[in-house]
Design a protein. Structure first.
Length: 311
């Protein structure tokens, strides 16, 4: 009984956020995913199995809720297939990112996977014939410069172009495709139904991959299981319910660039809980990064003369 009350309480918080303004929901989602690199870096479970339990536990919490409250809508096949594909793409993104974090550094993996705004802009322009606004490209350049300052320019001279490097870049590409496809699906399907289908597809897909790769499904410490639960509840369920809601109303390019803010929050959390040092360069870089994100939210205000002309 108490576990069901807890689940209802969690969904109440998530639903409150998703009923708020899209920007507030996005900010809440970014806050929730910012702890993820720190949890994964603890290496209390292998990368692939960690990704599986992140999806499986989140599904076990979401599915009873949508069924009991009758908030699940089964979509048409033309929407169902892309929603399932979203689950496979997102699961692949999380899995390869987990491995990249554990095989290199959280900084390198986070930096390379957060190149996703570039991929979103390029894919939108080349394949979808959608021309991102000028302020998106300006904001992207400014934000990536801030990211470079945040991690340190010396870091780029020490990049290892190994499997972890490739996996981190691949993670960013996979996420970009997921974001663009989910935007299309969410224009025809509500967030809870989309999340249920996506998580089910992710769970089944990752279960098959883990079996094929002979990953251990048990034998973790109590702390390991606790971390897996937090990843599922906070980093997956609460975060992506909020981000999916924001995706319905906001541009994918703006969403992808805004997610760079997690690097700033992650650095602050690492300083608070892991005693990692924060330098002046990191502070300046973080401020520049946030300023770059702010540029993408700039909307030109029309003057009175322009308004009269439009009439």
């Amino acid at each position: 009984m108490y576990s069901w009350k807890f689940v209802k309480f969690v969904f109440l918080i998530a639903c409150k956020m998703t009923n708020a303004k899209p920007r507030l929901a996005l900010a809440f989602g970014i806050l929730c995913i910012s702890i993820f690199p720190i949890l994964v870096k603890l290496k209390l479970a292998p990368g692939l199995i960690s990704a599986f339990y992140r999806m499986a536990i989140a599904l076990s919490l979401l599915l009873p809720y949508v069924l009991i409250t009758k908030k699940f809508t089964f979509p048409k096949t033309t929407i169902l297939i892309p929603a399932v594909l979203c689950g496979v793409l997102f699961a692949s993104d999380v899995a390869v990112w987990n491995i990249a974090i554990q095989e290199s550094s959280a900084t390198q993996a986070s930096l390379l996977t957060n190149l996703s705004p570039l991929w979103v802009g390029i894919i939108s322009f080349v394949f979808l014939k959608i021309k991102p606004a000028t302020n998106f490209w300006i904001g992207t350049i400014v934000a990536l410069f801030g990211m470079a300052m945040l991690v340190g320019f010396k870091f780029f001279l020490e990049l290892d172009f190994d499997n972890a490097f490739i996996l981190a870049v691949l993670s960013g590409v996979l996420y970009s495709i997921y974001l663009l496809l989910s935007k299309k699906v969410l224009s025809h399907l509500d967030v809870l139904s989309f999340m249920t289908i996506s998580l089910l597809a992710s769970t089944i897909y990752l279960a098959i991959v883990c079996v094929l790769m002979s990953e251990p499904f048990y034998g973790f410490s109590k702390m390991g299981w606790f971390i897996l639960f937090i990843q599922a509840l906070v980093c997956q369920l609460m975060a992506w319910l909020s981000i999916s809601y924001a995706t319905q109303s906001m541009r994918p390019t703006r969403i992808s660039l805004s997610l760079l803010a997690q690097a700033v929050i992650t650095s602050i959390l690492a300083w608070l809980f892991l005693d990692e040092q924060i330098t002046l360069n990191m502070i300046i870089g973080g401020l520049i990064l946030l300023f770059g994100i702010r540029i993408t939210f700039y909307t030109k205000t029309l003057s009175i003369k322009e308004i009269v002309k439009k009439r």
